[in-house]
Design a protein around this ligand. Structure first.
Ligand code: SAH
Length: 362
């Protein structure tokens, strides 16, 4: 069995190259090539031919293929559907902001969390991504977009804390000075609320931003929307959040997708504010993306809800929506590709998309 070379840290590579009788600096040389996006060992021109042959025998390099690419005409947001080595597909979104380019990446193929409003979970869970497959999304998006990426959000398909070890390894890789060198403060990780892993993350004391998908401040509503709430309810989750803040002193961001008649009442804003007492949290109000598998509708009370939170001195922002013309809700692109199972290697521009989807998006 060949080894996935891009999932190795620089020090692991150095050790393995030493074992092959190579000098210590070889590990670093190969690490640099891989993190520049080398797709074959033959590109590594500062290695001898014989070493390259040896590497080919022992290792493989992951190279995702662009299965589909949707480009927003409005703001340049790009949504990629990548095909992985084993044929599975995942999504990545590239977004342009004034403060730099950002990429939203997936951590699993599918998701087992079962949130009722989320398209990523509808076809179930297939497998966790490897550190290299998580990294490749940043690497090859940057190469394809031809623009440097300065911010990363782990908010694509999957639950990052369900793939804890590989996600931590990815963070180590992407943060490395000989690699993409993206600072932890430029990385956000979103979780539906796996409290044990949140505690573990707090202990690791990484300077990333934790986002918690709260979506409801009361157990009755949250359990209807998110099955995880039946395992760790709002009280347990908020306790884990307070502990996380105490340990890391990092402000937590709370995601709140606003759903008509479900989580948008005044009493829910009041209860949410109550939960955040003693902790400088930030609430991100998101307009619900409609998905075809669910009857839930976006709320019409977003600004009232936001003002109510502000009256309680809770900072709340309404998330700016990018790429609305290509904005099939998270996980939708993969779902549609799974359903049609065709159009491989096609680059579908938004002109086609607009035709295909007219009337389907909010
Ligand atoms: N599993 C992680 C990260 C992936 S989802 C998590 O749950 O946080 C990224 C964010 O998008 C989460 O806050 C999720 O709840 C939200 N989301 C999923 N489907 C959505 C939809 N249809 N409309 C609005 N937000 C949605």
């Amino acid at each position: 069995m060949k080894i996935d070379i891009k999932s190795l840290s620089e020090s692991e590579l150095t050790v393995q190259l030493r074992e092959l009788g190579e000098p210590a600096f070889r590990g670093k040389q190969i690490f640099v090539w891989l993190h520049k996006g080398a797709v074959s060992f033959d590109e590594m021109s500062n290695l001898s031919k014989s070493l390259r042959e040896l590497l080919k025998e022992r290792y493989f390099i992951t190279v995702p293929q662009i299965e589909r690419k949707l480009v927003s005409r409005i703001d340049g947001t790009v949504k990629y559907l990548w095909r992985l080595r084993d044929g599975n597909c995942i999504e990545t979104v590239f977004m342009k902001y004034r403060h730099g380019n950002s990429v939203c990446i997936s951590t699993e193929v599918g998701c087992k969390m079962g949130c009722v409003f989320c398209a990523s979970t509808k076809a179930g869970f297939i497998r966790r991504l490897t550190p290299s497959e998580i990294l490749d999304q940043v690497l090859f998006t940057q190469i394809d977009a031809g623009a440097p990426i300065s911010n990363i959000v782990l908010m694509g398909i999957g639950e990052p804390l369900d793939n804890y070890d590989n996600v931590i390894k990815f963070l180590e890789l992407v943060n490395h000075p000989d690699g993409l060198n993206i600072g932890m403060r430029h990385i956000s990780l979103s979780t539906c609320g796996l409290i044990e892993q949140m505690d573990r993350l707090a202990q690791s004391n990484l300077q990333l931003t934790l986002s918690v998908s709260l979506h409801a401040p009361d157990d009755a509503t949250r359990s209807r929307l998110m099955p995880i709430n039946r395992v760790a309810n709002v009280e347990m989750l908020m306790k884990a959040c307070h502990a996380y803040f105490q340990k890391t002193k990092r402000r937590i961001s709370f995601e709140y997708a606003m759903i008509d008649g479900m989580n948008d009442s005044n009493w829910q804003a009041d209860l949410l504010a109550e939960h955040l007492k003693g902790m400088p949290g930030h609430v991100n109000l998101i307009g619900l993306n409609r998905i075809k598998e669910s009857p839930l509708q976006p709320s019409r009370r977003m600004s009232v809800f936001q003002k109510r939170l502000e009256q309680h001195s809770v900072t709340a922002t309404v998330r700016r929506r990018l790429g609305t013309d290509i904005d099939a809700a998270c996980g939708q692109l993969r779902r549609s590709a799974m359903e049609t199972g065709k159009e491989r290697n096609e680059v579908m521009r938004n002109e086609n998309l607009a035709k295909n989807r007219s009337g389907r998006n909010p």
